[in-house]
Ligand binder design. Sequence first.
Ligand SMILES: NC(=O)C1=CN([C@@H]2O[C@H](COP(=O)(O)OP(=O)(O)OC[C@H]3O[C@@H](n4cnc5c(N)ncnc54)[C@H](O)[C@@H]3O)[C@@H](O)[C@H]2O)C=CC1
Ligand SMILES: O=C(O)C(=O)[C@H](O)COP(=O)(O)O
Length: 379
Amino acid sequence: MKILADENMPYVDALFGDLGDIHYVNGRSLSADEVADADVLLVRSVTKVNEALLSKNQRLKFVGSATIGTDHVDKALLERRGIPFANAPGCNATAVGEFAFIAMLELGKRYGETLKGKKVAIVGAGNTGTALSRCLDAYGVDYRLCDPLLASAGDKRRFYPLDELIGWADVVSLHVPITKDGPHPTWYLFDEARLNALKPNAWLLNCCRGEVIDNRALIKIKGQRADVKLVLDVWEGEPNPMPELVPLVDIATPHIAGYSLEGKARGTFMLYQSLCKILGISEDKTLNTLLPAFRFSSLGLELGVNAALSEPNLLALCRTVYDIRDDDWQFRRDALHNGGFDNMRKNHKHRREFSALKLENATGTEVNWVSFLGFSNVG
Ligand SMILES: NC(=O)C1=CN([C@@H]2O[C@H](COP(=O)(O)OP(=O)(O)OC[C@H]3O[C@@H](n4cnc5c(N)ncnc54)[C@H](O)[C@@H]3O)[C@@H](O)[C@H]2O)C=CC1
Ligand SMILES: O=C(O)C(=O)[C@H](O)COP(=O)(O)O
């Protein structure tokens, strides 16, 4: 069995090595000729799985995308051709939630403010939006959710209309799929009018898809409103963000909000599980054995159970797991030249999730909010 896998997908050898011959490919430039004799195709978000890509293949048994988003896959085509498809919903949700939370702490530090006390709007309350809400709950930050689709599907949480939230929130964080159809399309959801309606000094974060914000309108608005602060992990026209936008952004990263080692491993593992099911074989691998130890075995907190951690100290703690400033700095240096955006993604040194760091002195009979954030306790 010939398995084609994106070269940026970790743990493919470990999980799929017994199932066939693995060939690694560049996902962005993958051609119909390369795919022609593949039995299994494992992609990431940069590969457009469409009529053209599959035109020379008559033997595909499975297409898997180790991603949450599926906007790059023509699922109707796969269904018509009877090719099973799976993605990896939720695989990197924790990574995205922690990314947005850390970015908010960084903005607070940079502008001499605190996240604590701000009102946060989460637009899209699925896996990544909910992961962010867990961090905000743990730290005691007020937030409101907007998700008309979940609201009408009977989700019991309380939801608010988008335009009401824009007028309420100090911070707006975007967590929707990119859609052009349906009752609540998200393409340019943040157009010039909505960008203009942001409160004075608002923070706007986009960790979902670039085109959820009209990037030209954003450039225009930033020209008039220096008060608005931006965190962009995703960009209209990736891998070529508009160069004039980059200097207007406070934290700029190349679509790596979901790039924790845990998230990537989960994504590949979920595809392994799906393929086993399709082939009718039982799984003989586990996720836990894939992940290496974290660079610190544990960290001692000079705090009692439930003691408050100051926001600067919380940020320092988060930075031991992931220092977002490194990616921002490298993005400004490299991302706009010679394939720099994709190179950064390809060579991204895998960050870890909060759970990788064990904290001492965070245990006890009482609940400690730091462990609610996801950090592990030394037992
Ligand atoms: N930057 C990155 O590295 C990553 C980006 N993503 C992107 O983030 C998106 C969201 O991921 P998840 O939260 O896991 O997906 P999800 O499917 O679990 O949740 C998305 C939520 O958005 C809601 N939604 C759809 N249209 C909406 C609208 N107009 N207004 C408000 N809510 C709306 C849906 O009802 C759903 O609950 C993905 O589709 C993907 O495009 C996902 C993972 C990593
Ligand atoms: O899961 C998604 O959806 C994403 O946006 C991915 O995290 C993006 O990563 P790649 O699949 O492009 O490596």
